[in-house]
Write a protein that binds this ligand. Structure first.
Ligand code: KG4
Ligand code: ZN
Length: 340
């Protein structure tokens, strides 16, 4: 008999619901995004995001269940993002999940958002299984993890300052591309020369850790210097060069992590894994290092609920059950649950 999990995600500006079979097969997946509205303000306004979630959550749930062709009584568990994320936004999803579980008598599973991003790979390649190395790059994360088992992670390296997504978003905003910056920078870069501008590489010699604050500051300095001269930077060239520099750093660390661990299986996770430059560099790296590769399907790179229902399935199978006092945990660390 197959196990059906309902996933609910509301950690940032996407209200998403999905029904997944056996942690892998997507029966339905819906996303209602407030990104267009948020873009008018240049970024996510937390209070606005919470209100949009309140409006979107019930229709999103109803449509998802209808599209999956299931009733609440057919479900085995309700899996919801409990953190990290915006507290008010998270609370909407957590409250909805608790209400369903209370009324329908279903088990509740609170899911770590980052574990969800990793699970995007299970939705992409049905045969993809741990152990593997995963480069997790999103608005809040830049880490290379050794995924030893579905619920056992080890950190190989992490960012010492900004996340890769933040580094993209900040510079995209400064050069006038708006919000959300990462995808816009990616699109703009396609018209540009990646060697037009040069950026410094981070000088961390004692570990594989990332640092993006130096490259971000160098980019800001270049923009300011050019503007002080009364000139404007060449947007496409600048976007392409900046993107290439960040993706080169990410790939360099991934290559070192492959050598360090001897792991011959690599994948990506998180919003930045949608980046075309990163995907093509990682593809080349996998070829060079003779590694098996999984690049998450575009639909599962950025925030969605299918990945939460998948990660929740693996938590559910190892016996994780939350009670109705489950809260939202804005600064949730994966180490508490998955670091052994
Ligand atoms: O995983 P995600 O949707 O939300 C978080 O958990 O943070 O990631 C959002 C981040 C944003 O910084 C966004 O700019 C970035 O992912 N992103 C991209 C692309 N698509 C999304 N960055 C670069 N290129 C893209 N194509
Ligand atoms: Zn995310």
């Amino acid at each position: 008999m197959s196990i059906l999990t309902l996933g609910i995600e509301s950690s940032c500006d996407e209200t998403a619901c999905a029904v997944i079979e056996d942690g892998r097969i997507v029966r339905s997946s819906m996303i209602a995004s407030s990104a267009d509205l948020q873009s008018q303000y240049g970024g996510v306004v937390p209070e606005l995001a919470s209100r949009m979630h309140v409006e979107a959550i019930v229709p999103c749930l109803e449509t998802t269940m209808k599209q999956a062709g299931v009733d609440y009584s057919d479900l085995d568990a309700v899996c919801v993002t409990k953190g990290p994320g915006l507290v008010g936004a998270l609370l909407v999803g957590v409250s909805a999940a608790k209400a369903i579980c209370e009324v329908k008598g279903l088990p509740l599973v609170g899911v770590n958002h980052m574990a969800g991003h990793i699970a995007a790979n299970y939705l992409t390649d049905p045969s993809w299984e741990p152990p593997f190395l995963c480069l997790v790059v999103s608005g809040g994360h830049s880490e290379i993890l050794l995924v030893k088992d579905y619920t056992q992670l080890e950190c190989i390296c992490a960012t010492r300052d900004d996340a890769a997504g933040e580094a993209f978003d900040k510079i995209a905003r400064v050069i006038g591309l708006g919000y959300p910056g990462g995808p816009k920078l990616d699109k703009e870069s396609k018209k540009g020369d990646p060697h037009a501008y040069s950026f410094p590489s981070p000088k961390i010699s004692d570990s594989l850790d990332f640092s993006f604050s130096g490259i971000k500051t160098a980019a800001l300095n270049t923009i300011n210097q050019v503007r002080l001269k009364g000139e404007e930077i060449a947007i496409s060239d600048f976007a392409a060069s900046y993107q290439d520099a960040i993706c080169s750093i990410l790939c360099d660390r991934l290559e070192k992590a492959i050598s360090l661990t001897g792991m011959k299986k690599i994948c990506l996770a998180g919003g930045v894994s949608a980046n075309s430059c990163l995907r093509s560099k990682v593809e080349k790296l996998a070829e060079k290092k003779k590694c098996a590769l999984c690049l998450p399907k575009m639909a599962y790179c950025t925030d969605n609920a299918a990945m939460i229902a998948s990660a929740g399935y693996y938590d559910y199978m190892r016996g994780v059950r939350d009670q109705l006092d489950l809260n939202a945990y804005p600064s949730l660390e994966w180490r508490e649950e998955y670091g052994h």
